[in-house]
Design a protein around this ligand. Sequence first.
Ligand SMILES: Cc1cc2nc3c(=O)[nH]c(=O)nc-3n(C[C@H](O)[C@H](O)[C@H](O)COP(=O)(O)O)c2cc1C
Length: 326
Amino acid sequence: MSKILKTKVTEMLGIEYPIFQGCMQWIAKAELVAAVSEAGGMGILSSSTFSNKDDLRAEIKKIKALTSKPFAVNLTFFPSLTVQDHEGYINVCIEEGVTLMETAGRMPGDDVIKQIKEGGLIWMHKCTTLKHALKAQSMGCDLVVADGFECAGHPGEKDIGTMVLTALCVEKMHVPIVSAGGIGTGKQMAAALMLGADAVYMGTRFLLSKESPVMDSVKDFLAEKATEVDTALVMRPFVNSMRVYNSALVKDINAREKAGCKFDAIRDDVSGAHACKLFFETGDLDKDGVISYGQVGGLLDKVLPVKEIVDSMMADCEKALCRFDA
Ligand SMILES: Cc1cc2nc3c(=O)[nH]c(=O)nc-3n(C[C@H](O)[C@H](O)[C@H](O)COP(=O)(O)O)c2cc1C
């Protein structure tokens, strides 16, 4: 292991490299999660992909059959996601020896936090503002993901870029900070570490990996054609902004939003069902395309195996960190 890249996070989690694979509903399943952990990073399983705790347990067992290295499970608290049995899901994670529980969306209640902590799980919360990060820290969070505005998915409503959010969290907080949003290369990773972050966290980069279960045609199209200007926000008028690939369907949704439509007029289009259909059945980005996608897509031009992503990031990061050495 590189000496330079031993951080508070690698030490806390017993992992080789300070790289997280971001939670992605439908996509962050056993194969991807295990591949990232096996490559030396930290894979995060999306629990909202499973409709009950038995299916979640079966997927966790699949991960454990593929790797003996640490991995995490995400619980996302968004109004659009309907996982209700948080208690049951957390119990499964405790029983199966999961290392870390990531929460995202609204702050979990005291009961959830107590269960996570008393069950011996390390607790990480994903935040898009310093205010929420400080709140999570005050509630006993062990580490915080600072997810800047460039990110795929939900960037919050305050539009704080990763460069500022990461630096602010590092300056004002004592728990380790994991930098996220727009990161996809080793040079960016070096920048995050120089700001004081103890790890980086990537969704879009791992969406475009060989182990991501999305249809090859969709991944190849995004890698080859999507640039940094090809994302847009949906649901901003409903205070639930989501950064997605700017497809024909998204342009149409934005036009309806601009005209003042009610949420019901877009509900079906932004529901996960569309994304799921596109990822695994139709591959039709224009018809079904409301998929979370980040600005970093502009820096990515190839679908790569997870191990190659991790190894090349580490090599490029180390090189960048040594740039001014004599
Ligand atoms: C396809 C996709 C699905 C996502 N689903 C979730 C989710 O269910 N829960 C969550 O907390 N974040 C979700 N995210 C956001 C990521 O976990 C992460 O915060 C984000 O991708 C970081 O920005 P980046 O894409 O620029 O790396 C998703 C991202 C993508 C690309």
